[in-house]
Design a protein around this ligand. Structure first.
Ligand SMILES: NC(=O)c1ccc[n+]([C@@H]2O[C@H](COP(=O)([O-])OP(=O)(O)OC[C@H]3O[C@@H](n4cnc5c(N)ncnc54)[C@H](OP(=O)(O)O)[C@@H]3O)[C@@H](O)[C@H]2O)c1
Length: 313
């Protein structure tokens, strides 16, 4: 099968489109024929050597595809079914076939195609787990979302709106209209406004930017509020000294959470925003675009043609 692999850490040059054997499922695994694979910043962070995973490795975490074979514990999945998942290393998503632990997979939302479904896992799970499992966002509360137009942010805006929260998002001016269209009540142009001058007493901040944005976020929270960040290290004692709570989330693969998200997608309450699709062989262009830091929604790799029937479920 074809896969995008790295044999060393480095720049985009280390990405290789090559032939490797199809992986065979172990006891708790399903083999998925990948139709589409989502692209995330973590993919190029790994490529650059930010996490020293064993090499060679196939990159990519997010897939949507069709179950091709199952292990001895099939977890209720059957060949021919349409699924989506966040795969766990050493398996990778930028490939024609991948292996998924049965607890990490869910049935693909029926109302969307494979390309849109592949946009969901990492960004959708991160937004969901940050807002609800970590920060406990409730109906009627307010949330400030930094990087609201990006992968995590565009899901977070929609989930927070779905929950019934008041949503404030930061983005550049060109994304203001877009953010309103997916549910933001207020949009702050981070290039011309200091968000801490205009946002006060929010219940939750979701920071996907870090550094200065993380530091300036403390003062926007109400006492006891929650600052959840996908990127910044939270210094010990910092939350307490600001009278709030804080956590650096490490999002988890979860078939259960993906099933809940699929249900909300199929109720047409949220939708993945896919702005660019590249063929698998052009993963390099996809990563270079993502590294730019200004993706609206998600970039997805098309690995195979969309099947006419979306599986047998
Ligand atoms: N810890 C975890 O489990 C976890 C999980 C997922 C992601 N992450 C990390 O979270 C970060 C975000 O991921 P992502 O997939 O959402 O990235 P992304 O899609 O690449 O985010 C791009 C977005 O960031 C916006 N942006 C750039 N600078 C900004 C600023 N100063 N203020 C507000 N918005 C700004 C851009 O908007 P404009 O074009 O308008 O500037 C763009 O829409 C990445 O570093 C990723 O590695 C961590």
């Amino acid at each position: 099968m074809k896969a995008i692999r790295i044999h060393e850490f480095g720049g985009p040059d280390v990405l290789k489109y090559e032939d490797i054997p199809e992986p065979q499922p172990g006891p708790n695994e399903i083999q998925v024929r990948v139709i589409a694979a989502g692209v995330n910043p973590v993919d190029w962070k790994i490529r650059r050597g930010g996490m020293k995973l064993p090499l060679p490795m196939t990159l990519g975490f997010d897939v949507a595809g069709i179950v091709n074979a199952v292990g001895s514990d099939d977890g209720g999945f059957h060949p021919g079914g349409s699924v989506y998942a966040k795969v766990a290393p050493p398996h990778g998503g930028y490939a024609e076939y991948t292996l998924v632990d049965v607890s990490h997979a869910a049935l693909k939302p029926k109302s969307i195609g494979f390309v849109e479904a592949a946009a969901i896992p990492t960004a959708g799970l991160t937004a969901w787990q940050s807002l609800f499992d970590v920060a406990g966002l409730e109906k009627g509360q307010s949330v400030l979302i930094h990087g609201a137009a990006g992968g995590v942010g565009s899901f977070a805006v929609q989930f927070a709106r779905w929950k019934g929260a008041h949503v404030i998002g930061t983005a550049s001016a060109g994304n203001a209209e877009f953010l309103r269209s997916i549910g933001a009540d207020e949009v702050i142009d981070y290039k011309t406004q200091q968000f801490e001058d205009v946002v006060h007493d929010v219940d939750v901040v979701l920071d996907t930017i870090g550094e200065d944005t993380f530091e300036r976020s403390w003062g926007t929270l109400k006492p006891g509020g929650f600052l959840v960040t996908t990127v910044a290290n939270v210094p010990e004692g910092a939350a307490k000294s600001h009278g709030v709570r804080a956590k650096h989330i490490m999002s988890q693969s979860s078939g259960k959470d993906l099933a809940r998200i699929a249900a909300i997608v199929d109720e047409r309450r949220i939708k993945p925003i896919v702005t660019t699709v590249f063929p698998l062989a052009e993963a390099r262009r996809a990563q270079e675009m993502s590294e730019n830091g200004h993706t609206r929604g998600k970039i997805v790799l098309r690995v195979a043609e969309e099947p006419k029937q979306s599986g047998s479920y």
